[in-house]
Design a protein around this ligand. Structure first.
Ligand code: ATP
Ligand code: MG
Length: 293
């Protein structure tokens, strides 16, 4: 299964899209909330019911001990998003943006773990990598989780169909493609995810930005507000336009990534030291000291 990174030029629905894709997936799925500006799911969808004892910020210390320790810590910090079966899980994001600096050297090892989740544990993995910051035309080393993007099967720049969103996205296209070409798995890993609000349709966005729209999600305020702020599950949430389109989008992502993998220049790296991770992840991991609604 693919590892897909979602990014934006400026807040335009990345976290909502990542949640919708993770929850809509037909297969077990994982959302890694790796926005260096801080996570919003803990305080939003999960309504602060998972305490700060869980989350991405705890993984830096484990990584310094070794890759197997990181894998163990990763597995123990996942929380269920579906409340029951535990097939949809999340690694919750930073509680303070100041924690991002400590993760700079954790990203490559975390990327290995995410790829094991995708390859050996058969999860669809979505990464909320937040807004991109450039530094001299490159992804900023501390303010973006660049190694996650480099190694992703797919990097989706999320845009809305508005003039403003397309203008903001435009200046990222060249640097992002170049970065993926030079340091990543190739510029073909890059595509657009269109949030359908504003006058521009998918073919117009493709034309305006010279990059393919690989998937679309509708503007659907009710279900989106639930994913942003939590609360009572809206009636018909699973059948909402947002979730139905997210199901289709997740399939499109999978097909695209599979096609790419067939033509990839290099085979995906093996991670022998992480072979136990897939087994660990198959075990249910109850969230200690944290009630989930
Ligand atoms: N498809 C959608 N339909 C309707 N509203 C949406 C949709 N996607 C996002 N929103 C709304 O837009 C706002 C911003 O969404 P979200 O937090 O997902 O953006 P973001 O790109 O992650 O922002 P940030 O960069 O600040 O983390 C929220 O109020 C959310 O409910
Ligand atoms: Mg966000």
């Amino acid at each position: 299964m693919p590892v897909t990174c979602l990014v934006s030029a400026k807040s335009c629905g990345v976290t909502t899209a990542a949640l919708a894709l993770t929850l809509a997936c037909a297969r077990p799925s994982l959302l890694a909330e790796c926005d260096p500006a801080g996570g919003t799911i803990r305080a939003g969808l999960l309504r602060a019911q998972v305490n700060a004892g869980y989350g991405l910020h705890h993984l830096a210390a484990a990584e310094r001990v070794g890759p197997a320790e990181l894998a163990q810590a990763f597995a123990s910090h996942l929380v269920p998003l579906d409340g029951q079966a535990g097939h949809r899980r999340a690694l919750l994001g930073l509680t303070d943006p100041a924690q991002a600096a400590a993760l700079a050297r954790t990203w490559p090892a975390l990327s290995d773990v995410l790829h094991v989740m995708a390859q050996s544990a058969d999860h669809d993995v979505f990464v909320d990598a937040g807004r991109l910051t450039l530094d001299a035309g490159r992804l900023h080393a501390a303010l973006t989780p660049a190694p996650l993007l480099h190694r992703a099967d797919l990097v989706l720049l999320t845009v809305q169909g508005t003039e403003q969103s397309l203008t903001l996205a435009r200046h990222l296209l060249g640097p992002l493609r170049a970065e993926l070409e030079e340091r990543g798995t190739g510029a073909e890993a890059f595509g657009l995810l269109l949030i359908e609000t504003g006058p521009y349709r998918a073919h117009q966005v493709t034309e305006a930005l010279g990059s393919p729209v690989l998937a679309t999600l509708p503007w659907d305020p009710g279900p989106a507000a639930y994913l942003t702020a939590g609360g009572h599950l809206p009636r018909g949430f699973a059948r909402s336009r947002l979730l139905r389109h997210a199901r289709t989008a997740a399939e499109q992502v999978k097909v695209f990534a599979a096609r790419r993998q067939m033509h990839q220049r290099y085979p995906p790296p093996a991670h022998p030291h992480l072979t136990g991770l897939a087994d660990i992840l198959d075990r249910p991991a109850p969230v200690r000291g944290a009630a989930r609604g």
